[in-house]
Design a protein around this ligand. Sequence first.
Ligand code: AMP
Ligand code: ZN
Length: 187
Amino acid sequence: MTNLIGKGWAAGLLATINDPKNIIISSNDAVVIHDKYPKAQHHYLVLPKADIPDIFHLNQSHLPLLEELFLLAQNVIEVKRCQLDDFKIGFHAQPSMQRLHLHVISKDFVSDCLKTKKHWTSFNTKLFLYYQDAFALIKAGELIKPLNKELVQQLCNSPLECNQCKFVGKNVPDLKRHLLDHRTQKQ
Ligand code: AMP
Ligand code: ZN
């Protein structure tokens, strides 16, 4: 039973991309959707139409596809009239959902859905693999390997360092108040 529930949850992205009304933009080989639980003011996911399970299945034959995913990431930022510099584009080193997906997320990290330490660390430590770094690895003929458990644990427990200054949050609510101040200053 647990397995079935697990599978259902992990397949959520597939259900989302199968409904055309969820597609913001698309190309021959990929689609862009809203992340259902956005961790910032802008948070999109770019997925291939081909059934590539995750980053660990990428090899050199996927380089053109990766370039297409990145192009769509840039396109959605443009469509939303935002600036590339205000975004992080990359993969979670330890993804939880089925089907390869590229995160396109604004650096404000102001969102009601950002609730846990893992939500923060997964985008702001080595748990986040920048697109450029993933592309370089694959281009060099390497495979992306899962991080070992101890490192994941260590990264999950990293201090809550602000991504815009030297502030370190005491806890997630403290960091969130601080991030909101940055956001307000920018407006
Ligand atoms: P990860 O597998 O950790 O790289 O991230 C999966 C992402 O998918 C998270 O940012 C979730 O908020 C998002 N998500 C979960 N379920 C859905 C869904 N059904 N539709 C769209 N996004 C989702
Ligand atoms: Zn700060």
